[in-house]
Design a protein around this ligand. Sequence first.
Ligand SMILES: NC(=O)c1ccc[n+]([C@@H]2O[C@H](COP(=O)([O-])OP(=O)(O)OC[C@H]3O[C@@H](n4cnc5c(N)ncnc54)[C@H](OP(=O)(O)O)[C@@H]3O)[C@@H](O)[C@H]2O)c1
Length: 302
Amino acid sequence: MNGNRNDSGRGRREERFRARYGSWAVVTGASDGIGREFARRLAANGVHVILAARRRDRLKQLAEELNSAHGVETLVLALDFAKPEAVDQLEAATAELDVGILVAAAGFGTSGKLVDSPLSAELEMLDVNCRAVLALAHSFGRRFVARKRGGLVLFSSLLAFQGAPRAANYAATKAYIQTLSEGLYRELKPLGVDVLAVAPGPIRSGFEARADMRMSMSQGPEVVAQEALDSLGRRLTVRPGWLSKFLETSLAPLPRRGRTRIMTVVMGGMTKHQRERGDQRLERLPDVPSARPITRDVNLET
Ligand SMILES: NC(=O)c1ccc[n+]([C@@H]2O[C@H](COP(=O)([O-])OP(=O)(O)OC[C@H]3O[C@@H](n4cnc5c(N)ncnc54)[C@H](OP(=O)(O)O)[C@@H]3O)[C@@H](O)[C@H]2O)c1
């Protein structure tokens, strides 16, 4: 009897969710970690899912899992969001579907000193974490405004709220997303579209290995998907995971400079292994003696 009541309660919740957002969701970064958990949770709510990332085999595996576990339809799109044409390709492939939710989870991090990292890797991160997310929010934002309902779920981080030495560019990409979300939230709310910035703490996923970080006290990606979908339409920013919440409360009273100092310690711990294995090229350089200032005037115009 209880079971029936729970089932019908869940059924009503799923019905309300589909009525609010529609029958299809796009999840980028669905081949791993947080995006994969979102896809699972959306499918459990009866939403059909478009799965996008580079690794087609993993997406196909997930599609089969969702089909058989929840009976939903899926569309697999192998796309590289570092390439400018990927968002247009996604838009074209989904044009005929009633998409009502975008979960833009595709992203990655780098770590260590910026000047030790190849610029190409940092620019690629800017393309995937910022340029592609902007293009996705623009494209799906327009579609959702036209249908007067929808939800954009964008990925910030606990690093988004201050500078983070040894993850300087990654933190900056996430600050961009946080600020973008805050502005869009107010722009789109009166037009029927919900925007959510998701700012997790350390989460166990493929992120850690790709970023070459060592994260302790991390939590599973399911905490992010659950809390975020419950918060969509109710809040502007959600900070899933206890560490993100703890740091929000404890860092809030500090000025940005103080918060950056604390992030120096946090990121120092997450990249300690890099220094232990000898990735200290710049740290070993002798101090440059201060020289007499020289004024040069170089004319680069021909
Ligand atoms: N994990 C954390 O601690 C944490 C904390 C705060 C914020 N976040 C943010 O949460 C989001 C999801 O991260 P995650 O933890 O789930 O990491 P993850 O397990 O490494 O998953 C990242 C996803 O992004 C996809 N992706 C990466 N580069 C791509 C590209 N060029 N084109 C298309 N897809 C690409 C990956 O798929 P393919 O490799 O198959 O392309 C994968 O599906 C990211 O924006 C991340 O910055 C993570």
